[in-house]
Design a protein around this ligand. Structure first.
Ligand code: LFR
Length: 485
């Protein structure tokens, strides 16, 4: 009989409830409900509307319960680093800051004066991004010192949603590692870094590994939904952790993945952290994953760039239309996608214009020009990160798996193959939800292991191949890209 599990996967621009049906070592997925997510701005700060997100989860669950299906379990994943502070009654103490908020612009430099960058990296293995929880908490506690006394516990976003759903407070491991306060070698919170963040260990709930049954949907919530006793399982609650579970690789082959969505997360799976000087220099992260795996990867600004370009255009173009226009544009300007100025600019088109002007390149003119500039820059960014990965690991890679929503961009997939010289395999599109579901199935004893899960995924979804082709001016463009600030 087919076994049904539910994945709630919430990203920076949308949330989805995806139903998985597993039968005879094949999985079929179906989107049950989709909702919008976006930061909102208030008094010059950016926040997430967490209550609305929970409301949307319940709306999706109500849809399922009216159909009357037998569901085995549910799991929630979201983006990393952001947190919720609650008081003793479990009430939220303040709005939930979004990681792109500008309050942490200068926090890293302040903190390095307290604890050196090398030391932080040596302990955590986490890349330096100004929005890591460590920096967010540091500025938060500095700005609102009175809050410290009121905090009963800190939960990461998926932990908080789990708490609302099943009344259990836990902290899931894969997401805990994204805080940059977790010692990846000792596998415990780092006291000195907690002190820097001004949060004591007793405010952090019990750590649970991906695959842990946290509880079941509470009576209160269950009654309102008409479904009681549904087990809540923590997948890798950090979305990237779930996505990488779904890289459809067979037999532990050495491959590179790009989890492509708002961010492009590019790296490899490893069995232990690599915290060398070189890995630090290239700012690679070692995030904790499901079943003891480590994700050695780097954040590349990703499709956020095109999302923000799209939002600023006069006409409403689809992503496919922008890719099509890009392919016929003659624009040769490039940007460094990881420049901090692109993290949350007021106006993406103007930011790109200014960057091109400052670097003596032509200013893009048409929507296709902007799209071309973004996609070429991303593909060159992929090539750069591939070289860094090869240098750090001493390995040579020939295959890149692009997974997630961005894997539908055939134009970017081909550019990636052309610039890197690797064969690109695209899909599955819903990798994050699939990885979330697979961890649930493993916990339920319906899938044997991570390898078994990947075999099932490989047999269940269409994976499209892109072979490298020759490109005009490829070397010249690579050279230009490397000169960019
Ligand atoms: C992707 C992601 C990345 C993380 C960024 C912020 O959705 O989770 O892995 O670096 O968002 O949390």
């Amino acid at each position: 009989m087919k076994k049904i599990c539910l994945a709630v996967d919430i990203g920076a621009s949308s949330g989805r409830l995806i139903m998985g049906s597993l039968l005879n070592k094949k999985i079929v997925i179906e989107e049950i409900y989709r909702f919008k997510n976006q930061m909102y701005k208030e008094n010059d700060h950016y926040y997430w509307d967490i209550d609305h997100l929970f409301f949307e989860i319940l709306t999706g669950l109500r849809k399922i319960s009216t159909v009357g299906l037998k569901v085995e379990s549910i799991g929630i994943d979201t983006w990393g680093v952001d947190y919720v502070l609650i008081d003793q009654e479990g009430k939220r103490l303040c709005p939930v800051y979004a990681y792109r908020d500008g309050r942490t612009h200068h926090a890293m430099a302040d903190i390095f004066a307290l604890c050196s960058q090398e030391k932080i990296y040596e302990k955590t293995g986490i890349q330096f991004l100004q929005f890591n929880t460590l920096y967010q908490l540091y500025v938060h506690m500095k700005a609102e010192p009175l809050l410290k006394k009121q905090i009963y516990q800190l939960l990461m976003i998926p932990d908080y949603l789990n708490y609302l759903l099943c009344d259990k407070k836990t902290m899931e491991y894969s997401n805990a590692t994204t805080t940059q306060m977790y010692n990846i070698h000792q596998q415990s919170w780092d006291k000195a870094l907690l002190k820097v963040a001004q949060i004591s260990k007793d405010k952090l709930p019990k750590l649970v590994q991906p695959g842990t049954v946290i509880g079941s949907v509470s009576e209160k919530v269950g009654k309102a939904l008409g479904m009681t006793g549904l087990p809540v399982i923590a997948p890798a609650t950090h979305d990237t952790g779930s996505a990488v579970v779904a890289v459809p690789v067979m037999d532990n082959e050495d491959v590179v993945y790009i989890s492509s969505g708002t961010w492009s997360l590019m790296g490899i799976e490893h069995d232990s952290p690599i915290c060398t000087k070189e890995a630090l220099m290239y700012n690679f992260t070692n995030e904790g994953g499901a079943y003891g795996t480590i994700r050695l990867l780097k954040n590349i600004m990703g499709l956020w760039l095109i999302q923000k370009v799209k939002a600023m255009l006069d006409k409403d173009y689809s992503f496919a239309a922008l890719a099509q226009l890009a392919s016929t544009s003659t624009c040769t300007s490039l940007i460094n996608p990881n420049h901090a100025r692109f993290l949350n600019p007021n106006h993406m088109l103007e930011e790109i214009n200014d960057y091109c002007k400052e670097t003596h390149q032509d200013i893009p003119y048409t929507p296709g020009d902007y799209a071309r500039c973004v996609f070429e820059s991303l593909a060159l960014g992929y090539k750069q990160v591939l070289h860094q990965l090869e240098s750090i690991t001493g390995k040579k890679f020939h295959k890149i798996h692009i997974i997630g929503g961005g894997s539908q961009n055939t134009y970017l997939n081909q550019l990636c193959a052309d610039y890197t010289g690797c064969v690109v395999y695209a899909g599955p599109v819903e990798a994050t939800a699939i990885g979330n579901l697979m961890v649930q199935y493993i916990t339920l004893g319906l899938v044997d292991s991570l390898q078994d899960a990947r075999r099932i995924i490989n047999h269940s979804f269409r994976i499209q191949s892109f072979y490298p082709q020759s490109l005009n001016n490829k070397h010249k463009r690579w050279h230009t890209f490397n000169q960019l600030p």
